[in-house]
Design a protein around this ligand. Structure first.
Ligand code: FES
Length: 395
């Protein structure tokens, strides 16, 4: 869609007159239901209190509206999107609309028959998650027995002609296994491996002291990745994402609020970032109540942190404010209690010490636990279960 056809960034925008582009990336979180219980899940801890899932017709309507707005990339995630029986129908419609469709899955629920049907429906890409290269830790961290199943699914994905795209979230328990994780990916014929260190939102935030690595672990893991990159060349592309807490500048979260990303939660809540539900006073619109076009261009929530006019203090005069778009609002809220504050990951922030303190507390927790039970069991992890979510949903 030509930009001239788009409504202006109207009332409520901090920079009225600046016209945002279309949302290029639609992330449809089809369900919060999930057979896994990962301790680092980024879903909201109180997901159990959110409303009923959108029905098939509502999702198809969201897809059509997003495509008309200009979205081209569709991520299907959750929870576990395979829990939805209408996944094939959603994929087929997305294909008809011309989306590039990526399924983000744990693999649980993917049978040969279902994979064939998804292929037939037009699914472009599958990203399969693993928790570790060992059965013990993979199954412990997800609180399931899924290690062998994931291997079977990986073989199935290859057999159906998809590239093998593997994802493994890293933290202090599996960082020492990075070499073995890469070996596992190579054995599976992975063309792409995403080694993303835990970012601390949702359940991961609750478990931060039990998951936080230390700087030496990260350096070592990065060196291992580098050695493999040199050795294997283009056979498998390895992406290594350092956790924010070890950076000195904030990431350009969501590529800038309201510039690229449009998420829709299972109950239809529209999200400028996947963690936005945590921000106080942010009235998030719902696709059941408002057209997506109005949500994207005119809603208060999507305009709140667009551009740079909302920035305070040091950020306003910072020569890097365009480059990082103010960092992460959810991180600012979690660490300072002020969603408008400078992202404390930035070493220019007066609150940067809070980041250092959490890293130090994580190191202390790791030291204190040494000699006790190994591999993650030393710290009480809070697993993503419906019972825990219901408990945490209580006022
Ligand atoms: Fe919400 Fe970064 S996760 S702005």
């Amino acid at each position: 869609m030509p930009l001239s056809n788009m409504p202006s960034n109207a009332a409520g925008s901090p920079e009225a007159g600046v016209r945002p582009g279309p949302p290029l990336w639609l992330l449809a979180e089809l369900t919060y239901r999930c057979p896994l219980h990962c301790a680092f899940c980024s879903n909201p801890v109180d997901y159990a209190r959110h409303g009923a899932e959108l029905g098939t017709a509502q999702w198809l309507d969201v897809l059509a509206q997003a495509r008309a707005l200009g979205a081209v990339q569709l991520g299907l995630s959750g929870g576990e999107p395979l829990m939805r029986k209408d996944l094939e129908a959603i994929v087929a419609d997305a294909r008809r609309l011309g989306f590039y469709i990526n399924l983000i899955t744990s693999g649980v629920g993917l049978t040969d028959e279902r994979l064939g049907a998804l292929r037939e429906a037009g699914l472009d890409h599958i990203q399969l998650s693993f928790q570790d290269s060992t059965r013990e830790l993979n199954d412990f961290l997800s609180s399931t027995r899924t290690f062998e199943l994931k291997h079977r699914v990986a073989r199935m994905i290859k057999a159906h002609g998809y590239p093998m795209v593997m994802n493994c979230v890293l933290h202090r328990h599996n960082l020492p296994h990075v070499g073995a994780i890469i070996e596992m990916a190579l054995e599976m014929g992975a063309e792409y491996l995403e080694l993303a260190n835990t970012q601390y939102y949702g359940w991961a935030w609750r478990n931060r002291l039990a998951l936080m690595p230390d700087a030496a672990q990260l350096r070592e893991a990065e060196a291992v990745v580098e050695r493999y990159r040199r050795r294997i060349g283009s056979r498998c592309r390895i992406l290594f994402v350092v956790p924010d807490y070890f950076e000195t500048r904030p990431k350009k979260c969501m590529n800038g609020w309201g510039t690229t990303f449009l998420g829709v939660a299972p109950d239809g809540t529209a999200l400028p970032c996947h963690a936005a539900r945590m921000l106080p006073g942010l009235s998030l619109p719902n696709v059941a109540d408002m057209p997506l076009r109005d949500i994207w261009f005119d809603s208060e929530a999507f305009n709140r942190y667009r551009g740079t006019a909302w920035m305070k203090g040091a950020c306003q005069s910072c020569d890097e404010k365009e480059a990082d778009a103010g960092g992460c609002r959810c991180q600012a809220w979690q660490l300072t209690g002020d969603a408008d504050a400078t992202d404390p990951v930035c070493e220019r922030s007066d609150d940067h010490d809070r980041v250092r303190a959490i890293v130090a507390q994580g190191r202390l927790a790791a030291v204190l636990s040494q000699g006790r039970v190994q591999r993650g069991r030393e710290a009480p992890l809070l697993f993503r279960t419906d019972a825990n979510s219901l408990r945490l949903s209580k006022p």
